[in-house]
Write a protein that binds this ligand. Structure first.
Ligand code: RFL
Ligand code: PHB
Length: 400
């Protein structure tokens, strides 16, 4: 094929989600140039409503690399969460328990900050690329080919490729079957997510166990609420009218208990999300490195997916810098094992939060779930375990 453009960069990044964009920012700070390839348009990437919680570890990192201004001004710091079991709602105070807090800051806002920072720095980003394909990843001179948004073919030569292209991108699939191991769990329930133009009915998030199913009250701002309901894997949006959604949320979140009530308002967006856990290891094959959802998927009950993507690239940036600028491979060699330690900690945490809080219809499961929630209410040691992972243990390059 005749390539209109044959370009060279130190690091090629596939995917302009939070992992890819933050990685390009961290690499630039290390003096490493990169090119980002993204299948979707910038508007589409900016419009995806996803995560809402940044943990302490992510916030510290973002602030330390000049990405904390809007987060500090517009984000909402939360010192804890409410854990609810039927009629009983108890607050876990993270600051008291582990001295750390979390921040409500929509992934859309973080994505906006990342795009603004990278555009201001002149980052090369190709949007709406098609047919991105990876070659020679087991050599020191890997390259990519792709078709740009105008239909022109490109070849991108590089020292390393980072797959930040989520669960459906080409990167994770480029690792040969014989060189990878995959662990997967599909849960027997889904989430119906709702974005509503109504002031939150709570000051902090409410995670509610209810025999009818889990419910979560989150928020995006003082005027926008984000709410989730456990639904069956066979449910479709058609079977959930606005009235049915609000009634189920009200029952499960405890409307009427001790004078608390759920505010209802116009629903701006609804969708159904399957719940699954997935880990692919190792997170490196030759000169291909995986980060974020490309390597792992977590059910959102623990609010860790975005934070894990941030933690991955925080470890990867110094490792790639040493590799491509000084030809030192030690940190790059250590990346996968170091990242996977946090991946499995968060995978366990997200599985635990998910299985503790979702109704299965089995009375024995229900008793165990009630027992775990009451243990968290009554034991600082138990509550500290939850608080420690929810708020995100600090990250250190010495982890590598
Ligand atoms: P992303 O954000 O999916 O970005 C991957 C990018 O790769 C692009 N891509 C390609 N580009 C080029 N060529 C191809 N062939 C490509 N194929 C794909 C995609 O278009 C996309 O732009 O992955 P990244 O960067 O690893 O970021 C991960 C996070 O987005 C994800 O973990 C979180 O959103 C998960 N998550 C949550 N995480 C939290 O930490 N806290 C939360 O409260 C939280 N809540 C959530 C969530 C995810 C949710 N959904 C919908 C999955 C709530 C929900 C509802
Ligand atoms: C959200 O605000 O979207 C959110 C918060 C906490 C979760 C999951 C999602 O555990």
């Amino acid at each position: 094929m005749l390539f209109t453009w044959a370009v060279r960069t130190q690091v090629a990044i596939v995917g302009a989600g939070p992992a890819g964009m933050l990685l390009s920012h961290l690499l630039a700070a290390e003096g490493v140039d990169s090119v980002v390839l993204e299948a979707r348009s910038q508007d589409y990437v900016l419009g995806r409503i996803r995560a809402g919680i940044l943990d302490h570890c992510s916030v510290q990192l973002l602030q330390s690399v000049g990405l904390g201004r809007r987060l500090t001004e517009d984000g909402i710091e939360h010192g804890g969460i409410y854990l609810q079991c039927e009629d009983e709602r108890q607050r876990l105070d993270f600051v008291d328990l582990v001295g750390r807090s979390v921040w409500v800051y929509g992934q859309t806002e973080l994505q906006r900050d990342l795009i603004a920072a990278r555009e201001a720095a002149g980052q090369s980003i190709f949007y709406e690329v098609a047919d991105a394909a990876l070659y020679d990843i087991d050599t020191e001179r890997p390259y990519l080919t792709f078709i740009d948004g105008d239909g022109l073919p490109h070849r991108l030569d590089t020292d390393a490729i980072v797959g930040c292209d989520g669960s459906l991108g080409p990167s994770r699939a480029s690792v040969p079957e014989s060189a990878k191991q995959v662990w997967e769990r599909t849960y027997p329930y889904s989430w119906l997510s709702v974005l509503a133009d109504v002031a939150p009915s709570t000051d902090e998030l409410i995670y509610a166990w209810h025999p009818e199913g889990f419910a979560l009250h989150s928020m995006r701002s003082s005027t926008v609420s984000r709410l989730y309901l456990q639904v069956s894997n066979h449910d479709t949006l058609a079977s959930w009218t606005f009235q049915r959604i609000w009634d189920a949320l009200a029952r499960r979140l405890g409307d009427g208990i001790e004078g608390w009530s759920l505010r209802r308002g116009p629903i701006a967006e609804r969708s159904v999300l399957a719940m699954r856990s997935y880990v692919q290891a190792p997170m490196r094959y030759g000169r291909l490195f995986l980060a974020g959802d490309a390597a792992h998927i977590l059910p959102p009950t623990g609010a860790k997916g975005l934070n894990l993507a941030i933690a991955d690239v925080a470890l990867l940036a110094p490792a790639l810098s040493a590799l491509v600028r000084r030809n030192k491979a030690e940190l790059a060699d250590a990346y996968s094992a170091a990242a996977l330690r946090r991946v499995w900690r968060y995978t366990h945490f997200s599985w635990w939060m998910t299985t503790m809080l979702h109704a299965t219809g089995d009375p024995f499961d229900a008793q165990l779930q009630r027992s775990q929630l009451h243990w968290l209410y009554s034991s600082d040691a138990a509550a500290m375990g939850l608080a420690e992972t929810y708020t995100g243990p600090p990250l250190a390059v010495s982890d590598l």
